[in-house]
Each structure stands twice: as structure tokens, then as C-alpha cells.
Design a protein around this ligand. Sequence first.
Ligand code: ADE
Length: 228
Amino acid sequence: MWLAKVFTLYPEVFPGPLSKGLYGKALSKELWDLKIVNIRDTAEDKHKTVDDTPYGGGSGMLLKADVLAKSLDQNKNQGERIIYLSPKGKKFDQYYAQDLANEKSVSFICGHFEGVDERVLSTRNIEEVSIGDYVLSGGETAAFVVIDSILRLLPGVLGNENSKVDESFQNGLLEYPQYTKPQIWEKKGVPEVLLSGDHDKIKHWRLSQSEAITRDRRPDLWQKYKKD
Ligand code: ADE
């Protein structure tokens, strides 16, 4: 069973959206598991201090190496990958999600303040991962995003295994447009080809739509697709 272990200062926000719908069902069917660790539990002074000011000055506070390292060490599984969610990390994408879905368990550290003491990242072999070029107030929302993208790749979690294959990014392209009933809505019909019953033609139309949308909206993905 794939395990997400989350290190956070706000344990009460989990499981949040991960307990709803198909993910909630999969959680109760034990297709995946979630363990939440409160980083503050390993703070040693009577005020349960978890942060301190940066050497060299500057604004904000840093998560202390000793507190975080102790929390990680007390809860570690041998060989487990540890992800620190941070805006200066390696960019997260669908390949990264698939890679983490292939692990047995993954730990996620949700930072707050201005970051963490760098020494804990290097001594504990931590991968720094960013979900995009913007700054969040903390790592929890990023952890939800990353875990969500992994759960849908786990066997049995989504009802329809095919639905994963067609969607955006799985083939390096954005998804084609989709339509459902009613056939005429606000005087607009749906593309004729989708009503033709000709599956080859539909497949071809969807691919050309995916290519056109990707070329228009994501030149970076388009360049990569053309090269492969
Ligand atoms: N924490 C704050 N900003 C973040 C981002 N962009 N990605 C991951 N974790 C973050």
C-alpha cells in the first residue's frame, strides 16, 4: 500500500480534500495510507520552539535543523525518499508524479516561515520540489497538489484505468476538448465527428485538437513533443 507521510506544523489540515470522493474510498479500502507527523512534537524547550532567526541577518524565521531532523529520524523508513516542498525546488511535473507513485512510501515536509536550515536538507538527502513559479505561505497546499497527482496514478484508485491515459500530460500534450449531453446547448452543437461513431476519425480529431491546443498554450511542451 502506497504511504504518504506528511511532516507539518498544521496536522489538523490533513487529510482535508484527500479524504473525499474516490481518494476517500481508496483510503478506506487501504489502497493508500496517510501518516501525519507534527514537527512541533520534537521541539525540546518548554515553549516548543520550532523556528529561529537566520545567521547573517535578514527577514523571517527558519525551521530549526535539530527539531526537523529529530522528527524525520524518529519516523523514518529505510530507503524512503523525502520531499521538501519549496519554491526553490526542482519543478514538479507528471513524470515526477509517476516516479513517486512507483515508490512504496514517500515523506513530505511542509515548510513555513522563510525556509529550513540548509544542513538538514543535505544530511538527510532531501529532494527539494516546487509545484510552480509562485510563492505559497506554506508547504501544505503544495503537498495536497503533489499527493493528489500521485494518488490518481496508483492501481485501483480511479475507477477507469483508461481515463488516466487520455488526459493532459500523459502523452506530453494537453487534453482535447470534451462534450456531453444535451447535444444542442445555448444554440451550440458539438463537433460532428464526435457523433460519427467512427473511432479512428475521432481518435485522429482528438490528437489534432490536443496538438493545436498545446502549440497555442504551451510552446514549451510543444517543442519537447516535436523533438521526441
Ligand atoms: N512552498 C511555498 N511555495 C511553494 C511552491 N511554489 N512549491 C512548493 N512548495 C512551496
